[in-house]
Ligand binder design. Structure first.
Ligand code: GRF
Length: 187
């Protein structure tokens, strides 16, 4: 059984998808052992509804060191699922190859500092991109720079807005996240 720790900052619909696909067996031989948030958010409620232990560490300069103290020793994988804080380099270096993130665009496009949530979708529409998508990648010390594990695109049409792009991205995320997690856990 592989133990996964999930970090969230928001609604946690990707967290929900991971919980559901563990229950359905789509993600194999895994368990969410802890959900950590950097702010009060609905993601924590979702975890509690499934009796998953939770922790809230307020965002700020001590986040990474506090997180390091509570991560269970038997953790196989840390998953950033809509997590908005930047983790300290020392923390990232300790988890190389064992920490992944989902990004709401086709990296390396629309990644880096400030590129999160609606900022990404606004930029995609403004740039008149013909496609967007989602990327699951390893976390390194560079923001959104780690190796890509899985990526999937969809067509952006003239009628799309940042809101419709966000909805389409979420659907792609729900599709690729469980596959990417299986891939990393079985490698
Ligand atoms: C996702 O689009 C993710 O890629 C981005 O933030 C969003 C989180 O959504 N980093 P949710 O909290 O999983 O619903």
């Amino acid at each position: 059984m592989k133990n996964i720790v999930i970090l969230v900052s928001g609604s946690g619909s990707n967290l929900q998808r991971i919980i559901d696909t563990i229950d359905s067996g789509e993600i194999q031989k895994a368990k969410v052992s802890l959900v950590v948030a950097d702010r009060d958010c609905y993601g924590l409620e979702r975890a509690k509804k499934h009796n998953i232990p939770t922790a809230l560490i307020p965002r700020g300069k001590n986040f990474s060191s506090e997180l390091a103290k509570i991560i269970p020793e038997n953790t196989d994988l840390i998953v950033l699922a809509g997590f908005l804080s930047i983790l300290k380099p020392e923390f990232c270096e300790n988890w190389v190859g064992k920490m992944i993130n989902i990004h709401p665009a086709l990296l390396p496009k629309f990644g880096g500092k400030g590129m999160w949530g609606h900022h990404v979708h606004n930029a995609v529409i403004e740039a008149k991109e013909k496609e967007s998508g989602a990327t699951v990648h390893f976390v390194t010390t560079g923001i959104d720079e780690g190796d890509v594990i899985l990526q999937k695109s969809f067509k952006v049409t003239e009628n799309d807005t940042p809101e419709t792009v966000a909805e389409k991205v979420h659907l792609i995320e729900y599709e690729i996240f469980p596959i990417a997690i299986n891939k990393v856990l079985s490698s």
